[in-house]
Write a protein that binds this ligand. Structure first.
Ligand code: FAD
Length: 390
């Protein structure tokens, strides 16, 4: 029987250590500037400046083959991402842009790879994902945004909803219907759309946590046919790789571990204010957070071995996001009204402010990337192999 080793070896640890070196160069003021930029952009855990810094250090696209990346394994990349989130740095830019580049490496043409990858790796181009529509979220296959071929172009008409970071991105991976007769997934295609193209209107939609997502309207938008990724009407195969990658990310677990560690630090020496029930609950949460981390690492290790993660990624997604909600609710109750009125002004309690913000942010984590109900269905069908009910 092969042994199981969850400890990183020297080669794995060097990715974590390389990130630690970057982190050490940020003092408290620089860190506040990163947080401020994220707040100003209204995108959760995203700083363009910090993302460009990671790019400059060669830490974007680590898992891609040379010349674009360093050929690292997915779990080695996760180790770095975990370190980054655990130290309070924003990791969303890394995941959303790497998903755009990863899609091209899997399904793009050599020309598309040559055009885009250098800009992903140097942090100059950013990407968003336009899948969901009003009326097509869980049931993505009912989407109606249309693309009609017209010579060297597609003409795109329709509306997308919930497009995270569209307002700060150059490119959108847009899932469109190219064959209205084709049954459900058979008539879909994936287009890379330059968001500066005439006919695109991006409107803000505000969600809890001060987070801006977007409604994006496409009115006779001309997209070069060369921007079709993969085959025409083969878009479903292109996008499912992205969705698997998305669900292998941490959805709340890592940030929650950071807040839990800070809270535990605060509680040292406050024995008189903690009841037996508080201690028991905290102990239970710590065990659950540890189990969540192992599940997250399991998905990363499987992805690193190029195994199918479509069944276990959703387990980690549901577990991390639901645990994040339960923990943060409990932490807010424990810390009391301070958590509701805190801000992170210099003289205020930053931990309380973070708990208050995470209380709002965690609410959407069980929806973004696919709802818990739908993810549980995927665990039953993809992981357990049970038949779908019709
Ligand atoms: C903050 C945020 C960011 C997002 N970012 C993006 C993005 O960048 N790009 C993008 O394309 N989309 C994005 N989304 C959209 C997200 O993927 C959808 O909201 C999600 O898939 C649910 O779709 P819906 O909102 O249409 O809800 P619906 O699909 O209408 O679901 C409504 C309810 O019905 C339940 N339900 C639906 N079908 C089933 C079923 N078969 N079995 C059991 N229950 C079911 C759901 O669980 C849910 O409770 C984002 C959403 C949020 C909240």
């Amino acid at each position: 029987m092969s042994s199981m080793n969850f400890s990183p070896d020297d080669e794995d640890a060097q990715y974590r250590d390389r990130f630690r070196e970057v982190a050490d160069s940020y003092d408290w003021l620089a860190m506040r500037a990163v947080r401020q930029e994220s707040e100003d952009l209204h995108v959760e855990r995203y700083s363009l400046e910090f993302h460009r810094r990671l790019a400059k250090e060669g830490l974007v696209g680590l898992t891609w083959p040379t010349p674009h990346g360093a050929g690292a394994r997915v779990d080695q990349q996760l180790l770095m991402a975990e370190e980054l989130e655990c130290q309070g740095f924003p990791g969303y830019g890394l995941t959303t842009n790497q998903r755009g580049g990863g899609m091209l490496l899997r399904s793009g043409s050599p020309e598309q790879i040559a055009e885009h990858l250098p800009h992903v790796v140097d942090g100059s181009w950013t990407y968003c994902q336009g899948l969901s529509e009003p009326g097509a979220g869980s049931d993505l296959l009912s989407l109606r945004t249309r693309a009609v071929r017209d010579g060297d172009h597609y003409i795109v008409n329709g509306a997308k909803l919930w497009t995270s970071s569209a307002h700060i991105s150059q490119w959108c991976s847009l899932l469109v219907r190219t064959d209205p007769e084709g049954k459900r997934h058979k008539g879909l295609s994936l287009l890379l759309v330059d968001l500066k193209s005439p006919g695109i209107e991006i409107q803000p939609v505000w969600v809890l946590g001060g987070w801006r997502v977007n409604a994006v309207f496409y009115d006779n938008v001309k997209v070069p046919a060369a921007n079709l990724v993969g085959e025409e009407n083969g878009g479903w195969n292109v996008i499912t790789g992205n969705l698997d990658e998305e669900r292998a990310m941490s959805f709340g677990g890592t940030e929650t571990r950071l807040i839990a560690a800070r809270l535990i630090h605060r509680l040292q020496g406050m024995a008189d204010q903690l009841s037996e029930a508080d201690l028991e609950t905290l102990g239970r949460f710590v065990m659950e957070l540890e189990a969540d981390r192992l599940l997250y690492l399991r998905v990363g290790l499987a992805a690193g071995r190029h195994e199918d993660t479509s069944g276990i990624g959703p387990m980690s997604k549901v577990n991390g996001s639901e645990l994040a909600q339960r923990f943060i609710q409990w932490a807010a109750d424990l810390i009391g009204e301070e958590a509701l009125f805190a801000s992170d002004d210099a003289n205020e309690d930053v931990l309380a402010a973070d708990i208050e913000q995470q209380l709002r942010v965690a609410t959407v984590l069980t929806v973004i990337g696919g709802t818990s109900e739908v993810q549980r269905n995927i665990v039953s069908t993809r992981h357990l192999g049970l038949p779908r009910s019709n």
